[in-house]
Design a binder for this molecule. Structure first.
Ligand code: DON
Length: 304
């Protein structure tokens, strides 16, 4: 049996000593307040054994990691109808780029870049009775933790500086690919991104993608087809213009956020979350990526 705890302890010790920790995101001012010395890992295996180290139980802003959860909820509500409005191809562009959106007539390349996630947010705003409340409840139920909440300061902070997301939403609207008004959809989007969770909670939420759609409490949320599709989208699009590098170095489907979190999973085996707020030039957690490369290399386990 793989000794995950020893592997994680070793990775934690190495990463904590690292001098080059990347740069904490500052385009959302509230995120810039987080110390780059934070580092945590939590891994849960398919038998629900937990292994962890460092600041794994300290909540942080999940940001774009939320895009996988909103996509999953949208799949449960409208299934493949999502694909009429969003494509599933890697963009090869940074998460907030707009040029392809105009070039491709308002159909975002995939649901994990900002424009695609804003279309998914629009679907949820249409389909849910009380969108923010119902999305938060979905995350709380997946995790079996009713304490998870929005960080309203972070949501407000992003709203003040979210000019590119306003541009994306307006562009989508001009192409007829946003049904609700820009303000309502972005209010939902900024809140979904602001959710604060720790590494342990993230592995609980992402357990369904590792475990054929079934959560830790044995409730089925997604069909096998939906799980296959969401994991494929994570593998090919989860790290924007660094998706190739992540597949090459780590070899797992996963998703990053500018709060410095990364969640990744090996289907049928384990789900792992890492948090280190310093980002690399592509906006992904620098030590988070390095830690996951070490994990798959040391454990000799990846999807390949
Ligand atoms: O829309 C934004 O810019 C942020 N709320 C989320 C960006 C993000 O996390 C990109 N991930 N690496």
């Amino acid at each position: 049996m793989t000794d995950y705890q020893t592997i994680i302890d070793t990775i934690g010790a190495q990463c904590r000593q690292s001098k080059d920790r990347g740069k904490v995101a500052n385009y959302i001012p509230e995120l810039a307040k987080v110390s780059d010395s934070k580092f945590g890992i939590h891994l849960v295996d398919s038998n629900k054994n937990n292994y962890y180290t460092g600041h794994s139980d300290e909540a942080f802003s999940i940001q774009s990691i939320s895009k996988v959860l909103s996509l999953a909820l949208a799949f449960t509500l409208v299934d493949n109808a999502i694909l009429n409005r969003v494509d599933v191809e890697p963009s090869g562009d940074p998460f907030n780029h707009l040029s392809l959106l105009e070039f491709e007539n308002g159909i975002p390349r995939n649901p994990l870049i900002n424009a695609g996630a804003i279309v998914v947010a629009d679907i949820l705003v249409t389909e849910l009775q009380d969108p923010k409340r119902d999305f938060l409840q979905f995350v709380r139920d997946l995790t079996n933790d009713q304490t998870i909440d929005f960080d309203k300061k972070v949501a407000r902070s992003e709203k003040k500086t979210g000019f590119k997301n306003y541009a994306a939403a307006n562009l989508l609207k001009s192409y007829g690919n946003l049904k609700n008004d820009v303000e309502t959809v972005l209010d939902f989007y900024f809140h979904q991104c602001s959710i604060a969770m720790d590494c342990a909670q993230l592995t609980k939420a992402f357990f369904i993608f590792m475990n054929r759609g079934v959560c830790q409490r044995n409730k089925t949320y997604l069909t096998l087809g939906q799980v296959k599709r969401i994991n494929a989208i994570m593998l090919t699009c989860g790290f924007y213009d660094e998706a190739g590098e992540f597949a090459f170095e780590v070899g797992l489907p996963g998703k990053s956020g500018v709060g410095g979190g990364i969640v990744a999973l090996l289907p049928g085996k384990y789900c792992v979350a890492v948090w280190s707020p310093g980002l690399n030039a592509k906006g992904n957690s620098k030590l988070g990526m390095e830690a996951l490369e070490k994990l798959t290399t040391e454990s000799h386990q990846s999807i390949f």
